[in-house]
Every structure is written in C-alpha cells, then in structure tokens.
Ligand binder design. Structure first.
Ligand SMILES: [Cu+2]
Length: 268
C-alpha cells in the first residue's frame, strides 16, 4: 500500500506545474491582437494582406500589414503607403502615417489612417503600397478598401477657408464612468497633404438632453495639446444613453464655429 505514496506526491507536483503554466498564460497582460482580414493582393509572388481591429470607418483606424511569400510571413525592410480617394472628377488623400513594425506583433507593420470621407456613391478608396524586401526587391500595388461612415470625424473651417478635421479618437466605445477623452486635429495643405495641428486650444462640453427642455452635463477635463495632433482630457459619464459633446477650436484667438459629436454611452 505504501507504493501509492510517491505517486500521490508526483501527481501533486504535476498539478502544481500545470497551475504555474496556466497562471503564466492567463497572467500575460499583453492584449491579444484580434485582427479581421480586409483584403489581400498578390504581386510578383508576394501576398500583401491588410488586417484591422475593427471595420474601417471615418476617423482614426490602425492598419496592419502582412507580407507573405510561398505561404511564409516575410519581414520587409519597409512598407510605404498612400491612401487615395477617387471621386471621379478629383482625387484626394487623407491624414495618415507610414507603417512601422507593430509593437504588439512584429509579424505586422502598422500605421494609422484618419479617413475624412466614407467610400460609396461619392467615390472609392484605394491604398497604394510599395514594399522593399530584404533583397532590395520593390513590390508595388494597390489595395481597394471600404470605408464606412461613423460619428467619429467632423470638420470646421475658419474665415480664411482653412479646414480643420477633428477626430474623436477615444473613447472608441464610451461607457459610464471615467473615460480618457482624446481628439486628433489635422488640417489640409493640399489634396495630398493633411498635417497634424498642434498647440490649438480646445473647449468641449458634454451634454445629455433629458427631453422636455431639461438636460445636464457631467464631469470632464478639457483636452489639452499632447503633441502629434493629439489632445488629451477625461470625461466621466454619469448616465448611459445618447450624449452630445460640442467642440470649439480656438486658433490664434479666433474661436471657430462649434461642432457637435453625437453618440451613445453604454452602461459598461
Ligand atoms: Cu472624397
């Protein structure tokens, strides 16, 4: 009967080892990238794929680029992109950055594009890409994409017809309680060039219309410039439901007309 004792100990040790392993995997705080395929294009034996975290829409989007050769992921030296909307009688680009190796997963290159118009009746979006392989081979092509419309982008003009594109960057999904409140601001230098605008003053005001002429605001801090066109504040929603947030930009002491974002806040 004594013969069972060591087995018991071994079982206990095995259980401990398993507990340690499963602890490790669940404790891993890196959020898992969950990407949706958008489109892929094959050029000269290289398959270039575009993947995203959420459906591409007006406002800010992160685009993840993957290049494969013979079914294997390769790491190019660089990927250069240029989003373009063909509106029939004219073409224009949109604010965007160039792809760099994704911190979350180095099999991908990642960039941001802020789409200023949805695709559809008005025109269609394509992302032109140029890839330099490790052997200096250049692969170029174009990737057609759909851009849905969203509530997260609006624009305003000043008296000199300068346009400012205001993107609601965060919260992407507003919830009751405290949320980081982040905007991005770009202007248009030409149809191909949309630089960020830093050091503006911004005045926001969140409001919930309760009907019958009554309504209320909630606690918030006004966003302030954080560099690269980002403006960071906070918003603490007291209730779920439909909210508006007005935004005024102050450009060199000139207060531009107010724009309003309207969206729904979830109960968490
Ligand atoms: Cu357009």
């Amino acid at each position: 009967m004594n013969i069972l004792k060591p087995f018991g100990r071994i079982t206990a040790m095995v259980a401990l080892v398993f507990a340690a392993i499963s602890c490790n995997t669940t404790d891993n705080s890196e959020p898992e990238l969950e990407l949706i395929p958008v489109n892929s294009v094959t050029v000269d034996g290289y398959t270039v794929s575009l993947e995203v975290e959420k459906e591409i829409e007006t406002g800010a989007n992160y685009l993840y680029w993957k290049v494969e050769q013979d079914g294997k992921i390769i790491t190019p030296q660089s990927i250069t992109v240029n989003p373009m909307m063909d509106m029939g009688d004219m073409m224009h680009s949109t604010p965007y950055t160039q792809p760099e190796t994704a911190e979350e997963d180095d099999r991908y290159f990642k960039n941001m594009a802020v789409f200023i118009m949805p695709g559809g009746m008005m025109g269609s979006w394509t992302i032109n890409f140029e890839i330099m392989t490790q052997t200096d081979e250049v692969i170029s092509g174009e990737m057609p994409i759909d851009v849905a419309s969203s509530w997260k982008l609006t624009s305003v003009q000043d008296d000199n017809d300068n346009v400012y594109f205001i993107t609601w960057y965060a919260p992407q999904k507003p919830v009751v309680g405290n949320n980081d409140l982040t905007f991005l601001v770009h202007t248009r230098e030409s149809m191909m060039n949309f630089p960020v605008v830093e050091n503006l003053e911004m005045e926001v005001y969140p409001y919930m219309d309760m009907g019958g002429g009554s309504g209320h605001s909630t606690n918030f801090t006004n966003p302030v410039t954080a560099g690269d066109g980002f403006y960071n504040g906070d918003i603490n929603y007291s209730m779920s439901g439909t909210w508006t947030t007005s935004v005024e930009l102050i450009v060199e002491n000139d207060t531009l007309p107010e724009v309003v974002f309207e969206y729904s806040v979830q109960a968490e």
